[in-house]
Design a protein around this ligand. Structure first.
Ligand code: ZN
Length: 538
């Protein structure tokens, strides 16, 4: 197949722009000028009409499983108050048989008047006869009603588990909000969806991703149910997407599978189980991110470590020893220091031949990752480059958090917050993502946020504008750098001969259009391995 008359950004090392691609056997066979192509007889040709083409956009930190499960649960994202969430629950309860579990996701008290955590009372009134569990938008807290707490066996005598906390009222009674590892108490008694239901939901989630221009995701924490659904779809030839899976280390079954079976590749590399995801701390929104100094707006709180540092190191070493890339969630500056310490120790262990000195081992290039790397202490910034550990960052987290991040962090910590430019200056690359469904999966929102560091609407708050990325860097963060962050740079990430023909024909040119229009760019035609997976040409 020939794709001609385009403005095709190859994103290769020389930033070459060509007008024609030839795709054969799912791969790019040629990238250059139309007049240099000798079509084989009958070879189809698509006239791109001068449109811009990018390599397939990949989200380096998304949760396909959660996006799929959202289909099967109640969506309470974007609602303006606790009462509005409770109302939605009441409406669902009215149509659900008594005792049926109502699970949902998406609340965010930072959007509500007063910004206070909700409590079980409002859900008890909304659904007295149904257990209700609503996950916070960031996945770091569950808001449950009394029936769900009862089902989970939670009462005033339940202690806070390590790495977690039960919010309690003045009398010590749990309010229904469970932070970080405390969520597991409810999670383990929630009913799980059936396989066929899950497969359908996965396809619907993939359709959402394709609709905004993605061709793949690095899924940061999949469990075995999700993996089974993906494998089933890949085997049946019905998985129009790429997924670089990090198994969810916090899930005992997934962790065991990782250590027993090691990395695995399915289909034509559409599904790769190549990483494990570990969690070092919580999130900034729920003040669970582990900080060196207390929160400015909660002086008794320095956040939560979800794993003791030595256990984090042991787990990282075990997974790395099995051949996995290790991806560790770290948001607070203290969590980032500890994760870098742990990964440094693991990497050092690998090069014991050099007497413990950190040195590259031939053939060893694990490219471990810190997911979020959100708030960094200044001395930690160059360590990513030195260690070969990649920061995997979500530009839209910055633009979503900037209205309240100052209050949590205070001015002293802002220079290390979402510090894209400071990191790039050290010579590292940044893997770009969205953390969907925490944010929308739209990669053009991420590219817009990276370039402008301002919200989609409203005035520019001028929040450390010196940390912005260039357009070329932002596009690379979602293409070539993501491919590198998944060890796939020889096959993906640029439109060079020999690589998979994963590409997106765009409604507008991200390099040429006005900044404010970047976020509205949409895919017109998308291919994965040369196969058309989305076609909106009229
Ligand atoms: Zn995440």
């Amino acid at each position: 197949m020939i794709l001609s008359n385009g403005r095709i950004y190859t994103i290769d090392a020389r930033d070459r722009i060509v007008d024609t691609l030839v795709v054969r056997d799912g791969r790019v066979a040629f990238a250059g000028r139309r007049r240099d192509v000798n079509p084989t007889p009958g070879e189809p040709e698509i006239d791109l009409g001068g449109r811009a083409v990018l390599p397939g956009l990949v989200d380096a930190h998304g949760h396909l499983m959660h996006l799929a499960r959202l289909r099967l649960t109640l969506d309470v994202a974007g609602l303006p108050s606790e009462a509005a969430c409770a109302e939605r629950v009441a409406a669902r309860a009215a149509n659900a048989s008594k005792g049926q579990w109502i699970a949902g996701r998406g609340w965010d008290q930072n959007r509500w008047p007063g910004a206070l955590f909700p409590a079980r009372a409002s859900l008890d009134r909304a659904a007295p006869d149904h257990p209700v569990s609503l996950v916070r938008i960031d996945g770091h807290a569950i808001w449950a009603n009394s029936a769900a707490l009862r089902a989970a066996g939670i009462d005033r005598h339940t202690p806070d588990p390590p790495g977690g906390r039960l919010e309690r009222d003045a009398r010590g009674k749990p309010t229904g909000v469970l932070i970080d590892t405390a969520q597991e108490l409810v999670r383990r008694v929630e009913p799980r969806p059936g396989t066929a239901q899950m497969e359908e939901a996965v396809l619907s989630a993939i359709a959402d991703c394709l609709a905004v221009g993605l061709t793949g995701v690095h899924e940061m924490g999949a469990d075995l149910d999700a993996l089974a659904a993906y494998r089933q779809l890949v085997t049946a030839g019905g998985f129009p997407f790429r997924n670089h899976v990090a198994l969810k280390g916090a899930d005992p079954a997934a962790w065991q599978r990782a250590l027993e079976e090691g990395p695995a590749v399915f289909g034509d590399g559409r599904l790769v189980v190549g990483a494990v995801k570990l969690m070092a701390d919580g999130a900034l929104g729920s003040r669970g991110a582990a900080m060196h100094a207390p929160y400015c707006d909660d002086p008794a709180n320095r956040g939560l470590l979800l794993l003791p540092p030595d256990e984090l190191e042991d787990r990282a070493r075990a997974a790395a020893g099995r051949g996995f890339q290790v991806c560790v969630h770290a948001i607070g500056d203290r969590a980032n220091t500890l994760v870098l310490d742990a990964l440094e120790a693991v990497l050092r262990g690998r090069s014991s031949a050099t007497g413990g000195r950190l040195a590259p081992v031939p053939g060893m290039d694990p490219r471990h990752r810190v997911e979020h790397a959100q708030i960094l202490a200044e001395p930690d910034i160059p360590r990513f480059q030195t260690l070969g550990v990649l920061p995997s960052m979500q530009p839209t987290h910055c633009t979503s958090d900037m209205p309240w991040a100052d209050a949590r962090l205070g001015v002293d910590r802002l220079p290390g917050a979402y510090a894209w430019r400071s990191l790039l200056r050290t010579g590292t690359v940044i893997a770009g993502g969205s953390d969907f469904p925490v944010e929308l999966p739209n990669p053009f929102h991420g590219i817009h946020a990276a370039i402008t560091r301002r919200p989609l609407a409203g005035p520019d708050p001028g929040w450390q504008p010196e940390q912005r990325m260039t357009r070329g860097e932002a596009v690379r963060a979602f293409t070539a750098w993501n491919a590198y962050a998944a060890h796939r740079e020889s096959e993906l990430g640029t439109l060079e001969p020999g690589k998979w023909a994963d590409l997106v024909v765009c409604s507008a040119d991200v390099f040429e259009c006005a900044e404010m229009d970047i976020a509205t760019i949409a895919p017109v035609l998308t291919m994965i391995a040369g196969e058309v997976v989305l076609d909106r040409r009229v």
